[in-house]
Design a protein. Sequence first.
Length: 114
Amino acid sequence: TMTIPVSAAELPAVLPRFEFATLITHRQPYVKILAVNPRTEGEEVVVDGIRESTRANIAADPHVTIIWQQHAYHGWTLIVDGIGRADGPVLRVTVESAMLHRPRAHADGPSWEG
């Protein structure tokens, strides 16, 4: 695989290269998946307009994953793992790890120049 680590401090510069994302929260026995439009505030990732079901999932298990899919054929996907906390209708995610990723077989795709 091909992976480029991204620090929380670098996310504000990386995020504008992507559009909407997928938020994954945990609910036994399944995960909850939502299309969202995250933004950054400082080194946190912020999702506005979360509903009660997402707040309940965060209360039960604060681990979240946010995925921004590639735009181009064999392009890069941005993956953020973190700890979420609900602040009313806002989800604030403290980033534990972030990376740009694509399979090695996609190496013929566009380069990443951060």
